[in-house]
Design a binder for this molecule. Structure first.
Ligand code: PLP
Length: 442
């Protein structure tokens, strides 16, 4: 009641919330969370794809407490810095997927992507190509919900009635082979077709007006869309041809989620800018970062000299407590072999998920590393989805929740993204409970 009368929940049917109210989570332990009745849930989504180290990593709590007791805040504008920010930047540059020069810290994934848009514009201003402002992304991509990052996002319900996307944000076909591939088309031919579509769009708009292409290595919120064979290779050939920058949105895929440190490594992407957040601190503090290539940095440097200042920044950018937690999270990923262990867990997840392909409600099982989804269909043959697509998935999600499993309905798909610290037995249990929820939905 207190929640309903006071608290607005994002990404929620607000009227329905007034009827249903919230489940109030009280505490966490490893891969489990507990509600106010003491009921236990397996956190099959790592919160919102972020709590990679589970819910009770004491080293992260301790390092935050130490930093809070030493220097709880300092700003990083104009010639001020802190030790945790410096150390985290050094560590990020060491593990970056391609050679990167500098790191810029913000607080959320949306902020990082907003900032990346501005850096693309700033960079091309430095080069005297002030028209190179248009940004291309994919339908069903998710890049955040601020005005500019929501414009990058390719999900209609995040645009409708907000007058979005802004002008100059263009969307191309989602690389979902199961839904978008033509009859008889191979994955490679599908990738070629999508690269041609991108090429034609850039040519039609005028390459001198297109600044960047933003892409998640694996689309998360759009339904865990794993790119088809050769996709990024072909896309990057087009981008290079037209001098269009590539921004890899690694907000979900950064820090082991796909089995390597970065999704860019898994899919041979060579980005000019990487944005990351979520698992950067394993979600124990809000923090995001942009990894910036030398050529983009040189443009920023030149432009800031011309103007007298790099006119951008947030009060909480490079927050020292968040950065201290980030340093510790990266240490744990490395020293405890957390990321090295993902391929083994991924193999277990794949083996557990594979039989679901035969389930009468499922048209496709897809995933990589520890991000997976099933495609719900009314008819396996015709691939017809349930309508309205969200509702059926939400029913399955609720049945899973009743059985002590957190999963996430995403349009026609339902996602599972367990914490990287979960055990093989917990993976089996996640898939078992998920299967029970599906069976109960028949
Ligand atoms: N980019 C991706 C790929 C995301 O999945 C998200 C959030 O889920 C964002 C950006 C936005 O991050 P935030 O919610 O921290 O603003």
């Amino acid at each position: 009641m207190r929640d309903i009368s006071t608290h607005i929940h994002p990404q929620t049917n607000l009227a329905l919330h007034e009827t249903l109210g919230p489940t109030i989570m009280m505490r966490g332990e490893g891969a489990y969370v507990y509600d106010d009745d003491g009921k236990q849930y397996l956190e099959g989504m790592s919160g919102l794809w972020c709590a990679a180290l589970g819910m009770s990593e004491k080293r992260l709590a301790d390092v935050a407490t130490r930093q809070l007791n030493t220097l709880p805040y300092y700003q990083n504008f104009a010639h001020r810095s802190t030790e945790p920010a410096i150390e985290l930047a050094e560590r990020l540059l060491k593990v970056a997927p391609v050679a990167m020069s500098k790191v810029l810290f913000q607080s959320s994934g949306s902020e990082a992507n907003d900032t990346a848009i501005k850096l693309v514009w700033y960079y091309f201003h430095a080069k005297g190509q002030t028209q190179k402002r248009k940004i291309i992304t994919r339908h069903r991509g998710y890049h955040g919900t601020s005005i500019a990052s929501a414009s990058l996002t390719g999900l209609p319900h995040l645009h409708r009635d907000f007058n979005l996307p802004l002008d100059g944000f263009l969307h191309v076909t989602c690389p979902h082979f199961y839904r978008e591939g033509l009859p008889g088309e191979t994955e490679e031919a599908f990738s070629t077709r999508l690269a041609e579509e991108l090429d034609q769009l850039i040519v039609a708009q005028g390459p001198e007006t297109v600044g960047a292409f933003f892409a998640e290595p694996v689309m998360g919120t759009g339904g865990v869309i794993v790119p088809p064979a050769d996709y990024f290779e072909k896309i990057q050939t087009v981008l290079r041809k037209h001098d269009v920058l590539l921004v890899a949105d690694e907000v979900i895929t950064g820090f082991g989620r796909t089995g390597n440190w970065w999704g860019s490594q898994t899919y041979a992407m060579k980005p000019d800018i990487v944005t990351c957040a979520k698992a950067l601190t394993a979600a124990y503090m809000p923090l995001s970062a942009l990894l910036i290539s030398e050529r983009v940095y040189q443009g920023m440097r030149a432009q800031s000299e011309k103007i007298g200042v790099f006119g951008h920044g947030y009060t909480y950018g490079a927050h020292p407590v968040a950065c201290a937690v980030g340093v510790e999270a990266l240490r744990i990923y490395e020293e405890d072999g957390i990321i090295d262990n993902v391929p083994a867990l991924a193999a277990r997840m794949q083996a557990a998920m594979a039989p679901l392909a035969d389930h009468p409600l499922i048209g496709e099982v897809r995933g990589v590393g520890l991000m997976w989804a099933v495609e719900l269909v009314r008819d396996k043959q015709s691939k017809e989805a349930f309508a309205p697509d969200m509702q059926f998935g939400l029913g399955v999600q609720n049945r899973a929740f009743e059985r002590g499993l957190v999963c996430r309905s995403l349009g026609t798909g339902i996602a599972l993204a367990p914490p990287l610290i979960c055990t093989e037995e917990q993976i089996d249990e996640i898939v078992a409970r998920f299967t029970q929820a599906l069976n109960a939905s028949l």
